[in-house]
Write a protein that binds this ligand. Structure first.
Ligand SMILES: [Zn+2]
Length: 448
């Protein structure tokens, strides 16, 4: 047996032997309903932070629970051998609200196994991410070949509001050569993935004003435009006839060539019979690397309370997803320009930036990425694919900005059936063991 194969075989055996206790600890974490949304008991988020701190202390880490105006985060550190690199491990211990208990086939905070999957809120997102890190540390018990810092956030599900402050005040302790963020997904059962791109986001509110007061639609209609008519025409100008975003000056990229059939998309999205997909280019490019634009809210009189009136003004909230390497500032300026230039009939237009978030495009090459790909292949028997995620994960951009020299590896425990955030969230236990093994192997490889 080669040295590589022997080390892999040892780690494989250790991880296998560890899984029952890793599973037990995962279940204990899942039983704590650590919902970070304000209207839930925040004492439970404190309780989950303490539980995570205890797990890490048991692995010999020096641990502190920090709070910078938001929910409690857990920071831990363990020195590696002299000269060894330091790896920062990220996960979050807060969870989404469970929603209606009646939608769950077993109680959301009572982890339950069915068909090789462990069901429960947080069983995957992201308490399994925490336990993958812990399992990797346990697999090296006493002989960790690298230094490790760990950061377990307590408010990822409510927007990471104090993350920037935490990174500013405690960032020195988190400095690392590589960062493993375990909060994304694999491509399929049996196919691991590294998430190498995330789209950014720009959200605006646009208001269109045509009149200084409302007037009778019978008396004036036909000669005088109104707010709703002008706004709908303006919104219609945002896409071309094929459904591509028509805002000039936005960046656009191509996604990796992975198999995603239209049938699969139709099923996943719940597209009705006869309704077509929109846009051109591959489906994955449309969802991962090209801009998209959605009107997510409208202010105008409701149908039930409306009268025969020309409405003076109307508002819309627009959520635009932008290419991973696009600057939100540039994208906002392009959208604002488009809205001003396409306003019909000289109506007045106000555009206000509501929110923005950076996308992420990993420098997905170099020695650390090589080792990560090799570790995934060791664990799964097939190499990982590079995937994108169409949504934004604010903390990834925050880490990329704070630690520009670190290699950023976005990994995860999820698969297409996980239903994170939904009812019946679950973790595939077979894949979870491979996730734990891959991370244990990665630490070994990075320590050589
Ligand atoms: Zn998550």
């Amino acid at each position: 047996m080669t040295d590589d194969a022997a080390r892999l075989s040892t780690l494989r055996g250790r991880v296998r032997g560890l899984m029952p206790t890793v599973r037990r600890d995962l279940e204990a974490l899942t039983r704590i309903p650590s919902v970070s949304l304000d209207s839930f008991d925040q004492g439970l988020v404190d309780q989950s932070a303490s539980a995570v701190a205890e797990l890490l202390e048991s692995e010999g880490l020096v641990v502190e629970i920090v709070r910078e105006g938001g929910r409690p985060a857990v920071i831990g550190h363990l020195d590696g051998p002299e000269g060894a690199p330091t790896i920062l491990l990220y996960a979050h211990h807060d969870v989404q609200p469970p929603g209606d208990d009646a939608d769950w086939d077993s109680p959301p905070f009572e982890p339950t196994e069915r068909g090789g999957r462990l069901y429960g809120r947080g069983a995957a997102d992201d308490k399994a991410g925490i336990m993958a890190h812990v399992a990797a540390l346990r697999a090296h018990a006493g002989g960790l070949p690298v230094g490790v810092s760990i950061f377990v956030e307590g408010e990822e599900e409510v927007g990471s509001d104090s993350l920037a402050t935490i990174l500013e005040r405690h960032g020195e302790r988190l400095r690392a050569d590589a960062i493993v963020l375990a909060d994304s997904t694999n491509w399929d059962i049996g196919t691991p993935a590294l998430t190498t791109t995330l789209r950014g986001m720009v959200r605006v509110v646009v208001e269109v004003r045509a009149l200084d007061h409302s007037i009778h639609s019978g008396m004036f209609g036909g000669a005088v435009p109104d707010g709703i008519m002008a706004l709908t025409r303006l919104l219609a100008s945002l896409h071309d006839d094929e459904g591509n975003v028509a805002v000039a000056g936005l960046r656009s990229g191509h996604a990796a060539e992975l198999e995603m059939t239209e049938d699969q998309l139709r099923r996943d999205a719940g597209l009705l019979e006869g309704v077509q997909t929109i846009g051109t280019d591959s489906l994955l490019s449309r969802m991962w690397t090209k801009p998209s634009l959605t009107v997510i809210g409208l202010d105008a009189p409701s149908v039930d309370t409306s009268s025969n009136t020309l409405v003076p003004s109307a508002r819309a909230k627009i959520s635009m997803r932008i290419a991973p390497d696009e600057s939100p500032r540039t994208a906002y300026e392009a959208l604002e320009r488009h809205l001003r230039e396409h306003a019909p009939w000289g109506v007045h237009v106000d555009v206000r930036l509501d929110d923005e978030g950076e996308g992420f495009a990993a420098q997905a090459e170099g020695p650390i990425y090589d080792q990560a790909r090799a570790a995934f292949e060791d664990a799964w028997g097939v190499p990982p694919v590079d995937i994108g995620v169409g949504g934004s994960i604010p903390f990834v951009a925050a880490f990329a900005e704070r630690f520009p020299d670190a290699a950023i590896l976005v990994t995860g425990v999820e698969d297409p059936d996980t239903r994170a955030h939904g009812a019946n969230e679950s973790l595939h236990l077979g894949e979870f063991e491979r996730v734990c093994l891959a991370e244990a192997v990665l630490l070994d490889r990075l320590g050589r």
